[in-house]
Design a protein around this ligand. Structure first.
Ligand code: NAD
Length: 438
């Protein structure tokens, strides 16, 4: 089976490499010439555990190809996955221009039956637009070629993307023809030998499932952050409350960790896009608007604690920021809380020394010299007044506190992810601030 995957970002590259891993021939296409040239040399555009070996192995075996021309790649393909970006437009709705550009090119160059699968996160109705775009392009060239559209939203988690793709909890596929269903069944069967389901449904339901999933996860996070803030006011400890509620299986232990707000390329934009979809349908998604509000506020919760500690005067203070990526095991800094926090610190006249295990190249480009980037977490504490733990990378859990204490000017820690034991930190001589703990 010849597969084309358009877009070689977090979703497209993982999809392409994992499909090649089970033996199919995959061509990954991207408009970014540099990315494609690098991929051919084995240089990946992103950090994702296990992905480099997968790409290298399948590239060497000749099953995984990279190119910039969709016109050529599409010829003879049976399935094309659209995995390009769907960034928020000015009004918060998903910008579909890249998805529809791909659909247009497919319509202009396909030469036989093909299933066009949307893997990008797109609002309900997008597969219909993809279908219209392809049909129009085919009509313009007087070509009478059969095709189907399908929706196959992606649920991978950055940092565990390869595992999630190879061993998914579930695969959701929206189809409107048996032919497309059978083809996608064959393609995905190797990934569900673990017995997890392939859920076939109608296309609008598949498109909605992705937004509903992200909206639910974002809701859990904002709910818990709201409760954490109240815990502080009433003298409760959110760490205890979390365990107390998480042991109820109806609630569950996952996604109820308080922190400094969700970030990344998905939750913020998908929550906003779903609110917009509701508005366009004259419905007010009140819960999600609150989720978004709480999150925007939560990204500044540490800054508020910092300002209070220093009586609103951060001039001349040096902060050691640990973690820049929006979560551990990724180099993705899109919408990361670190950006909001660092921006506020710099505006207040403070100096920032930062370290992240994976996203230093991204940080170099984003901060453009305004932040001193250090080679490790310990170096980042030299002459620092305080540590700000932003991303809970495993290597920050048990660092060499002795050296850190010697390094620092003052001993204050703002723990944005509640990874340290407050009593232990106090014993070491730190003034400790967590989230939702008095
Ligand atoms: P990304 O920004 O990392 O990658 C998108 C890629 O598409 C880029 O390399 C870009 O150059 C390429 N591209 C844009 N227009 C193109 C065109 N016309 N032809 C060929 N290539 C083109 O994006 P991503 O994070 O992989 O996300 C892609 C989609 O998947 C988005 O809709 C996103 O919401 C969704 N999604 C992302 C994740 C995630 O964890 N990142 C998870 C699930 C779903």
């Amino acid at each position: 089976m010849k597969i084309v995957v358009v877009g070689t970002g977090y979703v497209g590259l993982v999809t392409g490499a994992c499909l090649a891993e089970v033996g199919t021939e995959v061509i990954c296409v991207d408009v970014n010439v540099q990315k494609i040239e690098n991929l051919k040399k084995g240089i990946l555009p992103i950090y994702e555990p296990g992905l480099d070996e997968l790409v290298e192995r399948n590239f060497k075996k000749g099953r995984l190809h990279f190119c910039t021309s969709l016109d050529d790649a599409i010829v003879g393909a049976q399935v094309v996955f659209i995995a390009v970006g769907t960034p928020p437009g000015e009004d918060g709705s998903a910008d579909l221009q890249y998805v529809l550009q791909v659909a247009d090119t497919v319509g202009k160059h396909m030469n036989g039956y093909i299933v066009v699968v949307t893997k990008s996160t797109v609002p309900v109705g997008t597969a219909g637009k993809v279908k219209e775009t392809i049909a129009k392009a085919l009509k313009e060239r007087n070509a009478d070629i059969d095709f189907d559209v399908a929706s196959n939203p992606e649920f991978l988690k950055e940092g565990a993307a390869v595992d999630d793709f190879l061993k998914p909890d579930r695969i959701v596929i929206g189809v409107e023809s048996l032919r497309a269903k059978n083809l996608l069944h064959t393609l995905y069967d190797p990934f569900v030998l673990n017995g997890h389901p392939i859920l076939f449904m109608d296309i609008p339901s598949a498109e909605m499932t992705k937004y509903a999933a992200n909206a639910m996860l974002a809701t859990k996070i904002s709910f818990m952050n709201d409760i954490a803030n109240l815990c502080e006011l009433v003298g409760a400890n959110v760490n205890e409350v979390r365990k107390g509620i998480g042991s109820d299986p109806r609630i569950g232990t996952k996604f109820i960790y308080p922190g400094i707000g969700y970030g990344g390329s998905c939750f913020p934009k998908d929550v906003k896009a779903l609110i917009k979809t509701a508005e366009q349908n004259k419905y007010n998604l009140r819960i999600l608007s609150a989720v978004d509000d709480v999150n925007n506020d939560q990204k500044k919760v540490l800054v508020r604690k910092i300002l209070k500690h220093y009586n609103n005067d951060l001039k001349g203070k040096t902060f050691s920021v640990w973690g820049l990526a929006f979560k551990p095991k990724t180099d993705d800094m899109r919408e990361a809380p670190s950006l909001t926090i660092i921006d506020e610190l710099l505006k207040a006249g403070a100096k920032v020394q930062a370290y992240d295990p994976a996203s230093m190249h991204e940080a170099k480009h984003l901060f453009n010299g305004s932040v001193s980037l250090c080679e490790d977490a310990i170096k980042a504490t030299e002459s620092a007044d305080a540590i700000i733990l932003v991303t809970e990378w495993p290597e920050f859990r048990l660092p060499d506190w002795e050296t850190i204490i010697e390094n620092m000017k003052e001993h204050v820690i703002f723990d944005g992810r509640n990874i340290y034991n407050p009593d232990e930190m106090k014993e070491k001589g730190f003034i400790y601030y967590g989230i939702g703990i008095r």
